[in-house]
Ligand binder design. Structure first.
Ligand code: CP
Length: 297
């Protein structure tokens, strides 16, 4: 693994290697092989979970972390991403985690930069969020052991969601039956999924339900929010009516309470897996950083 740009570039055995190492880190059975490396967190879009968990993961591995403040950087003076990153390399940075609103910017930067740096995509526009998909897979496996032949319903703004796109790339490699459930205005042309407008159809026999936030920052037009919440907001009543009792409820975060999921669901036992996802993200990101920056585990 040279960089982590998206899931489609990873083979199944590379994914399983990350998951296995994450398990070992969680169980204190692996040690860092990247102590003393220098990692920059270049976040040009807001983040809570991804940024903090990369920071926590790097600290646990003994990596030096450098937070790049995009709003106070020389981007404001017109410096390009390539020039910024190449200057960071000369200063001593050898790994870089990028979050950006532009889909494809991480691939583009990897192609442009001539130095041997390691790149991790922490979310680029609606394109990809590979570490989120990996931590989601890690969480699913903990509960269900395998996703093969499991019904996984991803509900909400699938069109603008990099999380949905990366999850489909990953889960389809491992034989899951993936449903996208959304109104027409969020319909998406992703391959390897069954699309339905019916929440009842999506919830019926689902093993996992993943709710998504409306990506307001990427909407092209206003949406009828009250109708949306009525038809697609996940409530206890809808779960009791249509879903299996032991369905696993997931959400990448951040959650907009009482929009895509009700507070009642979120604050019940169903909501616990969502916090578990954040917890698991640290070990998955430790594994990714160790394999990229150390690679001797
Ligand atoms: N899931 C996720 O990417 O959350 P943040 O935007 O808070 O990093």
């Amino acid at each position: 693994m040279q960089n982590l740009i998206d899931i489609k570039s990873l083979e199944k055995d590379e994914i399983l290697k990350i998951i296995k190492l994450a398990e070992q880190f969680e169980e204190d059975k692996a040690v860092s092989t990247c102590f003393g490396e220098n990692l920059a967190l270049l976040f040009c879009e807001d983040s809570t979970r991804t940024k903090f968990s990369f920071e926590m993961a790097a600290n646990k591995l003994g990596i030096h972390i450098y937070n790049f403040d995009a709003n106070k950087s020389s981007f404001s003076k017109g410096e390009s991403m390539k020039d910024t990153v190449e200057n960071l390399y000369q200063i001593g940075i050898n790994g870089i985690v990028i979050r950006h609103s532009e889909a494809g910017i991480v691939d583009k930067t990897v192609e442009e930069v001539v130095y041997p740096m390691k790149f991790i995509n922490a979310g680029d526009g609606n394109h990809a969020h590979p570490t989120q998909a990996l931590l989601d897979f890690y969480t699913m496996r903990k509960h269900l052991r395998t996703v093969e032949d499991k019904k996984i319903a991803i509900i909400g703004d699938v069109r603008h969601s990099r999380v949905a796109h990366s999850n489909v790339e990953l889960l389809s490699k491992f034989g899951a039956n993936i449903y996208f459930c959304a109104p027409k205005y969020f319909e998406d042309a992703t391959q390897d999924v069954i699309f339905t407008k019916s929440l009842e159809e999506a919830l019926k026999d689902a093993d996992i339900v993943m709710c998504l936030r409306i990506q307001k920052e990427r909407l092209e037009e206003r949406i009828p929010i009250f109708d949306y919440v009525h038809d697609y907001g996940l409530t206890m009543k809808k779960l009791e009516q249509f879903a299996k009792k032991d369905v696993l409820i997931m959400h990448p975060g951040p959650v907009n309470r009482d929009v895509e999921i009700s507070s009642e669901v979120l604050d019940s036992n169903y909501g616990k897996t969502i916090l578990e996802q954040a917890h698991n993200g640290v070990f998955v990101r430790m594994a990714v950083l160790d394999l990229l920056l150390g690679g001797k585990s």
